[in-house]
Design a protein around this ligand. Structure first.
Ligand SMILES: C[S@@+](CC[C@H](N)C(=O)[O-])C[C@H]1O[C@@H](n2cnc3c(N)ncnc32)[C@H](O)[C@@H]1O
Length: 360
């Protein structure tokens, strides 16, 4: 889940100084990742001289770094020794099954990328290494997306009511983590992941480790350039809206509508902004900066403006599905758009909803 984000209003120099100084702890945490410190610490206790020798760094530097890691709770200090916290020993430890691997690598590279904000700001273009079609990059990014949503996807699948749906397309589904979560929850459902071929290779590897993976199929495509083949009761469009401009999203919505059965539903999960000026929640505003750095035309949008594009594309009723607080990917719910035709065969019954026209 993305961090629930409230940035206090910066209305004094003291608050400005505090906000700017917030880089310190992230830099310390990333330094530990760059050293692969949690993997090296592993299961045992270390004195600073022992660990400094192993990591080939100075004792003075490491003692200050480790003290701060213990202050933050990712290491545990006992007298003169340090050991891993539970988080350090699992998700941050490359020798543990719960290691978040490529997602940690993505986070590490973001530090360098954000330091180059001036470049994207000047040109309005993404940084040079963004090559969405390059298979190696796509493969690493797809694994990163899997490690990002591993825990969130089943929580969300448990709350989105797919009653009556027999087929689902996870459009831009990457590793298919959401498709797998929906399949695991609904034994009669069949699902497909639509994405670039290199992403689908990762989805196949992941599906091969799940029993429900036999009900998953794969649709290699570029949905900005071609129609979406097949017809589905539900299209799940998660974390793709922000990659594209309003115009491109309108085109994708028209294609999604053509691939939906009458009464079928398009479910959009994204970093929706919710206020009139488009400033909040903070996480959605901050995420737009990532889109500036990494995409040609991406941004973050409100549910209200997305609703307008859905209506223009030909969808009927549009509403926001609310999820239990603390279980969502983003704070502001999931947008559900129903294709015209018979009444939706897959009503959202267990999620709280409200009309998105009031969602600003
Ligand atoms: C940010 S990831 C989201 C993955 C997943 N849906 C999730 O929510 O975790 C965006 C995905 O959309 C795919 N994608 C973006 N544009 C695409 C396009 N034009 N054609 C096919 N796939 C695309 C990317 O390859 C990537 O796997």
């Amino acid at each position: 889940m993305s961090p629930r984000s409230t940035v206090p209003s910066i209305n004094s120099f003291e608050k400005f100084r505090e906000a700017v100084s917030a880089y310190r702890l992230p830099r310390i945490l990333l330094m530990a990742l760059e050293l692969d410190l949690f993997t090296v610490v592993g299961e045992r206790r270390w004195t600073i001289p022992q660990l400094a020798r192993k990591l080939a760094v100075s004792e003075r530097g490491l003692s200050i770094l480790c003290r701060n890691l213990a202050m933050a709770g990712v290491l545990v200090k006992q007298g003169e020794t340090y050991r891993n916290s539970r988080l350090g020993a699992t998700a941050l430890n490359a020798r543990h099954g719960a290691y978040r691997g490529d997602y940690l690598n993505l986070i590490k590279s973001h530090w360098q990328d954000w330091c180059r904000l001036d470049e994207s700001l000047r040109t309005g273009r993404p940084l040079d290494h963004d090559e969405p079609e390059e298979p190696d990059y796509r493969r690493r990014f797809t694994w990163a997306m899997h490690y990002r949503t591993l825990e969130t996807a089943p929580q969300i699948a448990a709350q989105v009511d797919l009653h009556g749906a027999e087929t689902l397309l996870d459009l831009g589904g990457g590793p298919g983590t959401y498709a797998m979560a929906f399949l695991a929850k609904h034994p009669r459902l069949r699902a497909a992941v639509g994405d670039r071929p290199a992403a689908l290779e990762v989805a196949k590897e992941i599906a091969a480790t799940h029993k429900a993976g036999s009900r998953l199929s794969y649709v290699p495509l570029d949905f900005t350039r071609q129609a979406i083949p097949g017809s589905y009761d539900v299209i799940w469009y998660s974390n793709v809206l922000h990659i594209y401009s309003p115009d491109t999203n309108r085109t994708i919505f028209r294609r999604a509508l053509a691939a939906l059965n009458p009464g079928g539903r398009l479910l959009i999960q994204d970093a929706f902004l919710h206020d009139r000026e488009g400033l909040h929640p903070a996480e959605a505003s901050l995420f737009a900066v990532s889109m500036l750095l990494f995409t040609e035309e991406g941004n973050t949008y409100s549910a209200a403006e997305t609703t307008c594009w859905l209506k223009e594309a030909g969808f009927g009723r549009v509403k926001v599905l609310r999820l239990k607080r603390g279980t969502e990917d983003w704070e502001d719910g999931i947008l559900e758009a129903v294709a015209p035709g018979r009444r939706s065969g897959t009503p959202a019954r267990r999620t709280r909803s409200r009309e998105s026209s009031r969602a600003r």
